[in-house]
Structure formats: C-alpha cells, structure tokens
Design a protein around this ligand. Sequence first.
Ligand code: ATP
Ligand code: MG
Length: 344
Amino acid sequence: MTKSTHTSQETERQAPRLRISNLHVSFANRAHRWLQRNASRIHAVHGVDLSLQPGACLGLVGESGCGKSTLARAIMGLVPLDRGTVALDGSDVQCTNSRSSRQRIQMIFQHAHASMNPRMTVESIVTDPLRFDDRCRKSERTQRVAGALQLAGFDEQLRGRYPHELSGGQLQRVAIARALVLEPDVVICDEPVSALDVSAQAEILAQLKDIQQTRSLTMIFITHDLDIAAAICDRLAVMYLGRIVESGPTAEILRHPKHPYTHYLSTARNLERTGGLAQLEGEPPSPTAPPAGCAFHPRCPIRTDQCIAQTPSLASTGQPSSQHQVACHHSDRIVELQKITTTD
Ligand SMILES: Nc1ncnc2c1ncn2[C@@H]1O[C@H](COP(=O)(O)OP(=O)(O)OP(=O)(O)O)[C@@H](O)[C@H]1O
Ligand SMILES: [Mg+2]
C-alpha cells in the first residue's frame, strides 16, 4: 500500500488529477413544495471551478450552510448536478460511467456515526466497499481490510466491535479505513475531526496528514477551522453562499487575504487566540434568494454600488503567486478593513 511521493515542482508540471468545472447544484425548496409552480430552489453550489494536482491538499473553508458538503457530495456523484463536470485525470467521471473511476474518489463523511450501519461490525463496515471492487478477489479482502485499518491507526483487535462500542476517535479511524480500503487517488474529508475533543483531533489530523503525504493522495479537506486548514492544507478555497470567493496558497491567503470575507475569517482566527471577537455585519443571506451582484455585499463594509450591480468573477490578484485568485471588485481596498474590524 505504498505510492511514490511527488515534489511540488513535479506536481506543478502534471495535469490536474481532479478538475471541477462550472459546477451548479440546487435543491427543491421543501418549504415551497405545495406551491408547485414558481417554487424556489436552494442554490447550494453556484459555478464552482477547482483544480487539484496529484498529491495536493486543498482546504475548503466557509461558514455553515455555504455549500461545502454539497460540493463534496456532487464530486462523489451523490447528488445530481444542474450543470458542470467533474474530471479525473482528464476524463469526465459522469460520462465514463465506470465504477472503477468512481472508486478512485472516496469520502470521509461529516458524521461518522450516522454514516455507519449500527448492526455491522468494524470488519464488515470496512469490507463492504470491496464487494464492488472487481479487482479484489474474495481471498484478498481480509488482507486489504487489515492494511486499511492499520493505515488508519485502528487497533485490529477491535475489528469485531460495533459502532456504538467505539469512541469518537476510533469511529473516525474506521471511517478513514473504509475510505482507504479501495486505494483511492482522491479523498474528500468532510469535517473529519469536528466532533472530537482536542487531543483526539490532533491524533487524527496527524494520521491523515501522514497518509496524505506518504501515499501522495490528492485531498479535499473541508473545515470551518482555519488553524486546522493552516496545519494540513497547502492550498485554500474560501466558499461563500455556494461560490468560491478566494483561492490560493494557504500561507499567502492567511497572511494577505484579498476578499473581505476571508479577511474577516482570518481576523476572527487571530482574535480568538487572544479572547477577542471579530464581528461580521448582518446574517448570512438565504441560498433561496441570494443577493444581487456580489453575494457578500449586504455584509461588506467596503461595498459600493458596483457590488450590488455586478457579480465579481474569480480573477488573479497579481500577487507573487499567480495562483492566488479573488472574486471582489475592491480587493485593492482590503487594507481599509483593518481599521473597520471591531473587537470586544
Ligand atoms: N438534500 C438537501 N435538500 C435541500 N436542501 C439541502 C440539501 N442538502 C443541503 N441543502 C441546503 O444546501 C445549503 C448548503 O448545505 P451544505 O450542507 O452543503 O452546507 P455546509 O457548508 O456543508 O454546512 P455545514 O458547515 O453546516 O456542514 C444549505 O442551505 C442546506 O440547507
Ligand atoms: Mg457540511
């Protein structure tokens, strides 16, 4: 179960492992179902483009309800797309209709406990995905399951236990083993440590980072915690109301955010360490009726009429790293926010 590692220069030259283009996902609004006609829709993901080189770890951050899990489920093919494509090594995953290309992308779900059948033992939970793997003979399954459990740091002696007999950290390791048993190339981790205490979080994060690096896995890591993203992701994509509003190298984004929303997240992170609180004006807007123009404008302290009239598209910031992109009409005025941000 070992794969070669890549240097960052090598990966730059390679074609993307995963490319997501113009992805749109919406849901019928159940609250309006009885209206039949003119029923509004929840636009959970709106025109998302992302590209990941082999071995890259991208952090997807944003507040609750901004569409992170929906984007992950759309990449996995678990929700229908309104528009857009998901390509793995250049092939559209939907068109290839091949089970093996689907198997190459796996997910660690947000709620580990809810994603497991309570009547199945650890061994059967981790073995289950192999039933669909044509390449794995029955005789090899025990060995593959043992390898995946070991990789996830799960004590093999406990493989006969049921989910309710495990701690949060142990459950998360089972979820990791289940995602790895198919030997995927891409793993999407959806808030894998948010339900754990701090010490279990640190252990699981270290294990995931180790697996990602030694196996050169391409990873999307969803979190609302910028400290976690900073510790394990080489790139960040910041999501707001279904759209990516800023993306680029993690250190550069955290040091020099260019979008007012990222500036707020970064300030909140720094203030939390000293017991302070950053305040963001207003409530998050509804995805059923997104604001016109820039979706962030009702909460943005530097908005102008242009922000209300025009939706900004993601464009290069012209920073030393050409990979840094932002969707803001006024990213050059970000310095003004340092004076505006309030503290308690
Ligand atoms: N199956 C569904 N049917 C209807 N609406 C949905 C469905 N799944 C998600 N949504 C809506 O889509 C939007 C995005 O939800 P999503 O779960 O992707 O957010 P999230 O960023 O993962 O939030 P969190 O950080 O709380 O996990 C929300 O408004 C949510 O209510
Ligand atoms: Mg979620």
